[in-house]
Design a binder for this molecule. Sequence first.
Ligand code: COA
Length: 259
Amino acid sequence: MYQTLLTEIEKGTLIITVNRPDKMNALNKDVIADLSNALDEAYTNADVKSIIITGAGEKAFVAGADISEFQTLDAAGGAHLAKLGQDKVFSKIENCPKPVVAAVNGFSLGGGCELAMACHFRIASANAKFGQPEVNLGLIPGYGGTQRLTQLVGKGKAMELAMTADMVGAEDAKSLGLVNYVVTLEELLPKAKEILQKIHTKAPLAVAKVIACVNDAAKCDPLGFDNEITRFGECFSTEDMQEGVNSFLEKRKAAFKGK
Ligand code: COA
């Protein structure tokens, strides 16, 4: 269905695999277009309750934007490339009302690190490596990396990583707060699926509001507290809130409908 992605839906989780293993799954124009379309599908398809993004092969998650597309770009072309990617893919992932997890299975560099960071949280295999090496190319991150890396690891470490281009391994990434869990390569997708299956048992509209509120906080949105109050109130007009409260009081398991 997609030229550069493999997709499958398993128990309500859409697994998107960036599939250019011979090029370390680098993000060229085709991958960005395919990811955009796959995310549109994820937003609208009611069978999709959550999303995993991963890379094909055992070496790379995504080793960055495709450097071979950079040579002919001027300032306007570079800005256009970054804006297109942010609008069509990275912001769409961050703002997705369904949970999106990155299963990072190897090199996660440049645009690959940015892709992982746009996801709601990350799980890494032990061989994963993270970095923002753009300064090696006379560039800076353009898919939100300066912003999201700072949100996740703090200003000092973000400055160091983006200025030195150093890579950090999976365990260090975990210590920094960049990833939530480090597991073996074999356990990577099962771990991501297991967490998402747990989230599938919760109230979907409430889950979507958690995503929106935490995103507000990460962006230091001055309306974050007000938005939380509004969204908390909105929960009271959902069927799922009635079901959740009733099921607790009746000592039974809630059956949420996403309404
Ligand atoms: N863009 C385009 N092609 C890339 C790429 C990228 N970001 N990253 C890797 N590739 C390609 C290589 O050019 C090579 O292609 P070839 O076989 O046609 O020559 C292939 O993927 C394999 O990569 P190679 O460098 O031979 O593998 P390696 O194991 O020696 O090194 C990396 C792996 C990830 C360390 C190395 O490929 C790398 O540094 N990539 C660029 C990372 C980067 O700067 N990303 C930020 C971009 S803004």
